[in-house]
Ligand binder design. Sequence first.
Ligand code: COA
Length: 390
Amino acid sequence: MTDNKTEPQFPCYSEGLAGIPVAESAVSSVDGTRGYLEYRGIDIEQLAEHSSFEETAWLLLYGDLPTADELATFEDELRHHRRIKFNIRDMMKCFPESAHPMDSLQATVAALGMFYPFPKSLEGELDAKKVHQVFVNLIAKMPTLVAAHARMRHGDDPIAPRDDLSHAANFYYMLTGNEPFELTTRIMDVALVVHAEHTMNASTFSTLVVASSHADPYTAISAGIGSLSGPLHGGANEDVLNMLDEIGSVDKVESYLQGKLDRKEKIPGLGHRVYKTKDPRAVLLQKLNEELTEKMGADPTYEIAHRIEELSKETLGKKGICPNVDFYSGIVYRKLGIPTDLFTPIFAVARVAGWLAHWREQLGVGRIYRPKQIYVGKNGHSYVPMDERI
Ligand code: COA
């Protein structure tokens, strides 16, 4: 780590912190020009093909691929911590039926901190076991929290997790009540792997800002979830499906796109702060869509999305505005029978691995975030008594 404790002499203001480094990190890297993403130096495409979510999470958290024993123990720990306490379930029952699942997830993850206290002071030697327990608790329980809320908001009982299923398969089972086919499990697994981490971004930064005050990790992760819930971040895949539904058929794509461009409106699922070419995760998710199409037959929603991509190449593509991770993910989830408002929670269930990897990396290393503002208000005004105010 660089020793960089002094304040820069010539601070500059950059809207949205664009281009300003906020941490040193070895978790993942992106080449936005070539459309390349690596977790701990390993190409995401290789991980999507050969790894599982559990193995990828370990890689992100600990920096190297696990040995066979490490992976088996980790998988076992995750399986045995999937259950949530009845108080949490009771708390969720009190949420409004109309509550967005991301709001429920944020609240319940924050509440976990009350059940699993983490030392407030990080002075001295950090207990690696306590840190590992946070990893296991959050990664194992978040799918259960999402699935339980998804059922309870309709008055149904949550489906208990099954210890004989993998992380991805059990999540799908708890969400839908159906035991997944092999292809479904693989698709869920790949979706979790490709969403697990993505360098510094709004939600990772939110997590780190909160953690930098030594707030407990559940509070920090709940801040990440809050950040991810916005439509400019994780929420875009919901908007993509709403748009595809609104368009309705392939022949209407051209006029719809033209209307959007004329009104200078943004098309959800296109564009990225970092990628100036097609997001590699969109490439992988598109492949999954094609596999599903082969198995289940033509899908008009996918055809509409594909047409948008083709037509927008001519206009937006030239400016580097191309499909991002959210463009094809929602279509995959819908085909698997998952409701639209659960797409972002699935993203969070995956991304918690990345947030935790950054949290661990900064534990006891970083200073509390304390950026500067550029004050543009008044100075030196006198207090005016009420009866003298005009
Ligand atoms: N549709 C149409 N035009 C778009 C666009 C989109 N999705 N995304 C960017 N543009 C245009 C902007 O209007 C701007 O045009 P201008 O040069 O004429 O002003 C130009 O491309 C540059 O865009 P900018 O807003 O500076 O990009 P950004 O890096 O700040 O924003 C996003 C990135 C992701 C916020 C933006 O592309 C967006 O809002 N996309 C849709 C939401 C989305 O999919 N979010 C998920 C991201 S993973």
